[in-house]
Design a protein around this ligand. Structure first.
Ligand SMILES: *Cc1c(COP(=O)(O)O)cnc(C)c1O
Length: 336
């Protein structure tokens, strides 16, 4: 099977499986797991923060971040299409009693800071207390400009807000921005990072921030059932993902660009190759046969998600040849 549904489908490499099999472990709830501790120390340094926490998922890392920054009755500003608003089961509201204040994302994925300013609540007991701005980079495969992120930092400082980044794919952003990841992270109070997407780990994410923030997040992680025991088995693969995963993301971006250009030549599809910035490609079936296309491709051993638009994601387990196989199969679906 060739799987374009997501970069979460990557399988651990032989090197990861080897490292998992031989990982030194301890009980991480006691702080005893040397492999988890070493991953957290390495990640903190690599991303330029005082401390890091290994979490089960990106969803958990975002939840811990929002709950560590905000209290009951506070609110966070976020994009209308933010993962931590739209795709995380409303966790911040359900579990944290933190109200989201979504703001329509701009076409480039940013949040207009004037709209954010207008959404900040006055100091009045009718209102929730606005505490946090949460951005996402990459968002829908698009990269937030570095100068926009600097402006967002200045905006938060001006208004006494904290600034969180859902950086599930932050290394894709760094590769595309052609900068070290710390050029992005330096603007934020906290960042979440998925090890289990393009970086290739089977399981796990990281939350990064100050010492005191990570201390609060660690308490909350236990509360939501995320205190794992011999988690070094997972952290061992996570370490390889964090060290080596970023080095091969450019290849995913090149494959996505190649796919995007190929799809753009198929008259029945609508693609804007200029909007393919990292490892995610969107294409719309003009005649709306996305689900028939999905079934047809599945018969050829190719998996896609049939949305409107269709989303194709490149990752370590799809090669340039696999992209050609996909393009050939789509051309066959539209005989002309
Ligand atoms: C995947 C993703 C998450 C959540 O990660 P999980 O590990 O699937 O819970 C959060 N934010 C963004 C932008 C994501 O793409």
């Amino acid at each position: 099977m060739i799987d374009f549904r997501s970069d979460t489908v990557t399988r651990p490499t032989p090197e990861m499986r080897e490292a998992m099999a031989s990982a030194e472990v301890g009980d991480d709830v006691y702080g005893d797991d040397p492999t988890v501790n070493s991953l957290q120390a390495y990640a903190a340094e690599r991303l330029g923060f005082e401390a890091a926490l290994f979490t089960a998922t990106g969803t958990q890392a975002n939840l811990l971040a929002i709950m560590s920054h905000c209290g009951r009755g506070d609110e966070y500003l976020c994009g209308q299409s933010a993962h931590n608003y739209k795709y995380e089961g409303g966790g911040a509201a359900v579990l944290g009693s933190v109200q989201p204040q979504p703001i329509e994302n701009e076409p480039d994925g940013s949040i207009d800071l004037e709209k954010a300013r207008a959404a900040i609540k006055a100091d009045d007991f009718h209102f929730a207390v606005t505490r946090l701005l949460s951005l996402e980079n990459t968002i829908g495969g698009k990269v937030l400009p570095l100068d926009y992120q600097a402006q967002a930092r200045a905006f938060c400082d001006e208004h006494g807000l904290l600034l969180h980044l859902d950086g599930a794919r932050i290394f894709n952003a760094a590769v595309k921005s052609n900068c070290d990841v710390t050029e992005i992270t330096r603007h934020y109070d906290s960042v979440s990072v998925c090890l289990s997407k393009g970086l290739g780990a089977p399981v796990g994410s990281l939350l990064l921030g100050s010492e005191s923030f990570i201390k609060r997040a660690t308490r909350l992680r236990k509360m939501v059932g995320g205190g794992m025991r011999q988690a070094g088995i997972l952290a061992a693969a996570g370490r390889i993902a964090l060290e080596k995963g970023p080095l091969r993301l450019l290849e995913d971006h090149e494959n996505a660009e190649y796919l995007s250009n190929g799809l753009a030549k198929i008259p029945e599809l609508e693609v804007n190759p200029a909007s393919t910035q990292t490892n995610i490609v969107y294409a719309r079936c003009k005649a709306g046969q996305a689900s028939q296309l999905k079934d047809y491709l599945a018969e050829q051993g190719i998996l896609i998600t049939a949305g409107d638009p269709i989303r194709f994601v490149t990752h370590q387990d799809v090669s340039r040849e696999d992209v050609d196989t996909l393009l050939t199969a789509i051309r066959q679906f539209y005989p002309s």
